[in-house]
Design a protein around this ligand. Sequence first.
Ligand code: AMP
Length: 264
Amino acid sequence: MTQSVGFVPTMGYLHEGHCMLIRASKQENDITIVSIFVNPLQFGPTEDLVNYPRDIERDKNRLEAEGVELLFLPKDDDIYPNKISGMVTTVAVDEAFSSRACGTFRQGHFEGVATIVLKLFNIVEPNRAYFGLKDYQQFVLIQRMIHDLNLKVTLHGLPTHREPDGLAMSSRNTYLTEQDRVLAPMINKTLHEILPLLREGGSIADGRGIFESRLTDLSSRFRVQYLECYDRDFNPVTTIIEGERVLVTAVYLGDVRLIDNSLF
Ligand code: AMP
């Protein structure tokens, strides 16, 4: 009998959010493979590729403690032997999709994500793949890619794992100063504060205004990049009241860009 393979792709600097995905995979598969690869193709020229937090020894210990059978830890040259500039083929992402939310501000990001995930799927050949709903737009992109390109992998999306104070866990939280770490949970708290207003028929523009003013009243260190609302397939919506929605945001806290969302 062939063994089932569960796959958890990551960029490392592992935290409890990653471990949740790993535990789900271990429960449902014979073998779990975790990859750690900080993918240059999905970073813009002014983004944090070089400074992205890395600690492979710590990650290896964590994976061992979780009982992960296999770590795939490729080097840039393993993944891009002809360098990125030498690639002829990449995965194209529909412009309408990549001009929404994060895509508006991270040009080429989702093409980079789709391309690396497809490459990793082809290398690892998993039966099931585990992604976090914290990166909701990314999750929908992978869901669509699997559907559009007839990939033979089953996608599982797991809820956002949070610190006790509500901050969504992220490798990038390590960039926060001590003072900013105290402010950071206000992003999720404020997101939830405006949900009743939207449910009662308030416009997204009003919601954004309130979200922004509440955060910037708290501290001038907050700068809202976007607050947008979509249906669960990440299509734009005109009404909030009917159907399931996702409210997505990116907020700068000082120089650190944090994303969060709420499914409602
Ligand atoms: P990353 O290493 O940040 O690229 O994340 C690797 C995977 O872990 C992605 O599928 C993320 O959505 C997921 N992930 C990251 N943070 C969290 C979290 N706080 N809760 C759940 N999943 C997460």
